[in-house]
Design a protein. Structure first.
Length: 257
């Protein structure tokens, strides 16, 4: 038996069917939403624009290559007769005053102790020539540095100097006196480098003038010997016995030197 529903009241579904709501199709399950959980807001990540360096002009690249070619090959110098008073840091700084050092290899002994010589590789022949002019025979501590090159390196330096003279002669043939101008420029650079070297030597003066271990050992030994002699003279004994003891002590020292 059917009857008319009450005014403004929706029809009830048949038994066994869930109630329907407006906006949802029939048969769609309802997902419960907890009020305490909020839907996360998507984060917008702004991208930072990358500023790329403009490419170098071709003429600048060619100019850099030409400059590298003009600088010449890398060359190696031998540095020897290094004093024990001179630290390896001082030697490195002295070499760096003459030009760009690519590597400095100080020879070490079997025990790891630094030896009195090493090899320095310069980027440019001009740096090698300056080291030969300013560092060779330079007094560092109680010794004079020995800076030289082998026959192969000397041939490379001579060839580079010849090419440089020819190149400068072609480029400055109209002005004349190019060799004198180059010599003056080199002399000016040498004076600046010499001033820097002198300042570095003054900075390390206290270290270089300090007595070495050998000198200190010798002084200590002399003080000890003098004390023993004074002790012998104070012993109350006959003069000939005192002389005999002194001679025996001297023989013992000579034997164990």
């Amino acid at each position: 038996m059917s009857f008319t529903p009450h005014l403004n009241r929706p029809l009830l579904p048949p038994p066994g069917m869930p109630p329907q709501y407006a906006g949802f199709p029939a048969g769609t399950p309802m997902i419960p939403v907890h009020m305490g959980i909020m839907t996360p807001t998507p984060v917008m990540v702004s991208s930072i624009p990358m500023v790329s360096k403009p490419p170098m002009p071709k003429k600048d690249i060619l100019a850099m290559r030409a400059k590298d070619e003009d600088s010449g090959p890398t060359t190696t110098v031998f540095v020897g007769n290094i004093s024990e008073k001179a630290s390896d840091m001082l030697i490195r700084q002295l070499l760096a005053k003459c030009g760009i050092v690519l590597s400095w290899k100080r020879v070490q002994g079997a025990s790891g102790k630094l030896q009195a010589f090493g090899f320095c590789e310069y980027k440019e022949p001009e740096s090698t020539l300056r080291a030969l002019r300013l560092l060779h025979d330079l007094e560092v501590g109680d010794k004079n540095l020995l800076v030289k090159v082998d026959a192969k390196t000397k041939a490379q330096l001579d060839e580079w100097k010849s090419k440089k003279k020819i190149k400068n002669g072609k480029e400055k043939s109209d002005s004349g006196g190019d060799d004198e101008q180059i010599d003056e420029e080199t002399k000016h650079k040498d004076q600046l480098t010499k001033g820097a070297i002198d300042g570095l030597m003054r900075e390390y003066a206290a270290e270089l003038n300090a007595p070495s271990l050998d000198e200190e050992d010798q002084r200590r030994k002399r003080r000890k010997d003098k004390k023993e002699e004074d002790d012998i003279t104070q012993i109350d004994m006959e003069e000939d016995k005192r002389d005999l003891i002194s001679r025996e002590i001297s023989k013992f020292r000579d034997t164990h030197k």
